[in-house]
Design a protein around this ligand. Sequence first.
Ligand SMILES: Nc1ncnc2c1ncn2[C@@H]1O[C@H](COP(=O)(O)OP(=O)(O)O)[C@@H](O)[C@H]1O
Ligand SMILES: O=C(O)[C@@H](O)C(=O)COP(=O)(O)O
Length: 425
Amino acid sequence: MLIGVIADDFTGASDIANTLAKGIAPEGGLRTAQYSGIPVERAAPEVDAGVIALKSRTAPVADAVSDSLSALDWLRDQGCRQVVFKYCSTFDSTCEGNIGSVADALSAALGAERVVFCPAFPAAGRTVYQGHLFVNGRLLNESGMENHPLTPMTDANLRRWLGHQTRREVGLVPAAVVAQGAQALRDWLRNQAAPYVIADALSETDLLILAEALHDAPLITGASGIALGLARNFIRAGHATTQAASFTPVRGPEAILAGSCSGATRGQIDLHAKLHPTFAIDVPRVMSGEITSATLAQFYKMHIGQAPLAYSSGAPAQVRALQDRFGREAVAKRLDGLFADTAQDLVRSGYRRIVVAGGETSGAVAQAVADTLASSAMAVGPEIDPGVPVLTVKGAEPVALALKSGNFGTGDFFIKALRKMEEGA
Ligand SMILES: Nc1ncnc2c1ncn2[C@@H]1O[C@H](COP(=O)(O)OP(=O)(O)O)[C@@H](O)[C@H]1O
Ligand SMILES: O=C(O)[C@@H](O)C(=O)COP(=O)(O)O
C-alpha cells in the first residue's frame, strides 16, 4: 500500500476514494479500496490506496483520537508510505474537536513536523483564500453550514477555528505563495515556524501544486481535493501503475434513505417526491418507539422497483425544535440507529442497491451493511456526481451503495445513483 487515508466519516471516505481511484489525466488513478472501520484482515495485495472510513467526526475527542491511531497502526502494517487525514470540505467540527486533536495525535505518531491543512474542493465549490473557507462563493458561516445539526460552522476563519482545537500555532500559506509553484512552496514551508499551516487553494491547479510540494510529507490533512495530485506523485515516481477499475453492475431491489438536513438534500427529496413514493419520518414517533425499522422496511417492500425514499430530513427551525425537545445527541443516535436497523433488514431481505444521504447516516447504514455481509472492504466504482462513487460491498450477493454527502449531488441525484449501479459508467 502506498497511500493510507483515515477519513472521519463514510461519505468523506467514499469522496476521497473516488478521487484516488480516478486520479487525473494522463496519469490516472490508483487501485483503491475503502473499508468500513478498521479491517481485521490484511489489505488485498493489489491495493495501492486504502481508505479507512471512521465515524469519528462527531465522536468524543478521546474516541476520535484512539480510533484514528488504531487506523494508523493498521495502515502502517500494510506498509503505506503516506498518510492522509481526510475531513470535510466544510471543515465540519466543533470548537472542542476533532480535527485539531486527531491531527495532534497523528503528527506526533508520524513525527510530522509541519502539517498542511487544506479543505479546498473546487469541483464542489469549496475554496480557501486568506485562510477563510468559501462555499460556492459564500463565507462558510453564511453558506447554510451554520445550521448543521451536529457541527454548526459559525466561523469561516480556519486559523481561528482550528486554533480552538489545538495548542499548536496555526499559520497560513497565502495563495500568492502557492501560485509560485511546488519548489517555491517547499522552500517557503521549510522556513515556517508554525507547525500547522492552512493552505489557500482556489483551483485544482493550486491543489496539484500543493500535492507535488508535499510528495514526501508523512502526513497531509484535507478534503478530497488534496488527493488529486497524490496518486499522480506515486505514478510519476514509478511506484504504481494506473489501472482502470472494473465494475460489475448490480441489479435488484432498491432503497433510498436520507438523514441529512442540508439544503441540497432537502431539494433532492422534494424533486424525488414528485414522481416516487416517499415516507417522511415523524421524529417524535421514532423517539416514542412507534416508528421502527419494521415500519420503514414495510414501506420499502410495498414499493419495490419505484425508487422509494424514506427521510428524516427537516428544515433548520424544525431540527432545532426537535433537538431542544429530545436533545441533540439523543435524536441523532436514535435516527442513525433506525436507519442502520432498516438497512440490515433490507440487506437480509435481498435488497441490492442502497442510496444514502448524509455522512452520519451513511456511517450507520454502511457499517450495518458491512456487518450483515461480514465484509468491510468495498470496491470503488463509477462516479455518480462529483465526490460520490458507486461502492460495491463484496460478498456472494454484492450490495451497491452510494454514500452521498449531505451537500453534494444534482437535484436528480437519487435516481441517477440507482441507474448508475445497474448500468455502470
Ligand atoms: N429531523 C431531524 N432532527 C434532528 N436531527 C436530525 C433530523 N434528521 C436527521 N438528523 C440527524 O442529523 C444528522 C445529519 O448529519 P449527516 O447525516 O452527517 O448529514 P450531512 O451529510 O448533511 O452532514 C444525523 O446525525 C441525523 O441523525
Ligand atoms: O469533503 C466533503 O465535503 C465530503 O467528503 C464529506 O466529508 C461529507 O461529509 P457530510 O456532509 O457529513 O456527508
